[in-house]
Design a protein around this ligand. Structure first.
Ligand SMILES: [Zn+2]
Length: 87
């Protein structure tokens, strides 16, 4: 079966409703290594390298979370803060 991406602008009979797609398991098709490191791992390496990221691991973890709707640049900004740690 050919599944066409659903769009609220596309009301044709071939569009698949989101409720139907939610029944299927999903797989990650596109993920970046530098955006996939566990916060705990970044914290541990930063401690070993003596790189200050935050006052505690909990504070650091919290700083990585996007708390309100934003844009892609703001969503990705935390990556730049830990690149020196994982480089
Ligand atoms: Zn990408």
């Amino acid at each position: 079966m050919r599944v066409q991406a659903y769009s609220s602008h596309d009301r044709s009979s071939s569009a698949v409703p989101p409720a139907f797609l939610e029944k299927f398991d999903k797989v990650e098709l596109h993920i970046h290594l530098d955006g996939s490191v566990r916060p705990e791992t970044i914290w541990e390496i930063s401690q070993r390298k003596g790189i200050h990221l935050a006052s505690s691991s909990a504070d650091y973890r919290s700083s990585l979370v996007t708390k309100e709707p934003s844009n892609l640049a703001n969503f990705l900004a935390p990556i730049a803060t830990y690149l020196p740690v994982i480089a």
